[in-house]
Design a protein around this ligand. Structure first.
Ligand code: SF4
Length: 181
């Protein structure tokens, strides 16, 4: 840092660290193209047949700064975007808003998976920051995984109750707008 340069502290109350289960640098299964998949630690949905049960406990994650994740995005010119998944990313929405904003500023897209329904997130979500995060999300895959509805024929989704939601169109229309695969 050069002389006279002042560090800019994040605004009060803005979380800069997320607890992660892990990261996939070059995922091709969490949305279109090559994606940085960010798996958050902690989920309270307890879906039967969960694809990632080790990500359910809220303890044991790896604290990771938003800057570290941003550097991963900067370092990979092949990325189409990032995918926020888990675990339940909306448990840590307040911290992820900043990452999603940076990604979109680069012209990349943001997908998010949530066990919550879109309408539940619009009501505030678990940490009260779901709406600001949704405002930085392009596509939301919503709803819990329901094992009896599991199907291999749906792209990007594990069970047929889950929806692919065009978030910007939904926010603009004031109603849920689903999109094709
Ligand atoms: S929402 Fe996802 S991570 Fe959470 S219990 Fe269900 S399948 Fe597992």
């Amino acid at each position: 840092m050069g002389e006279g340069t002042k560090a800019v502290a994040p605004p009060a109350g803005v979380a800069r660290t997320v607890d992660l289960y892990g990261v996939a640098d070059d995922s091709i299964v969490d949305g279109p193209g090559i994606r940085l998949a960010v798996f958050t630690q902690g989920c309270r949905h307890a879906c039967c047949g969960c694809h990632n049960p080790d990500a359910q406990p809220f303890e044991g994650g790896t604290p990771t700064t938003i800057d570290e994740l941003g550097e991963k995005v900067e370092a990979n010119p092949l990325l189409s975007g990032i995918t926020l998944t888990g675990g339940e990313p909306f448990e840590q929405a307040a911290a992820l808003v900043e990452l999603a904003r940076r990604v979109r500023e680069k012209g990349l897209d943001v997908w998010a998976y949530s066990g919550y329904r879109f309408e539940e997130l619009l009501a505030g979500g678990p940490d009260g920051a779901a709406v600001p995060l949704l405002e930085q999300v392009d596509v939301l895959v919503d709803g819990r995984f329901v094992e009896p509805l599991k199907t291999l024929g749906l792209r990007w989704r594990g069970s047929s109750n889950q929806r692919l939601i065009d978030v910007p169109a939904s926010l603009a229309a004031g109603q849920t707008v689903e999109r094709g695969e």
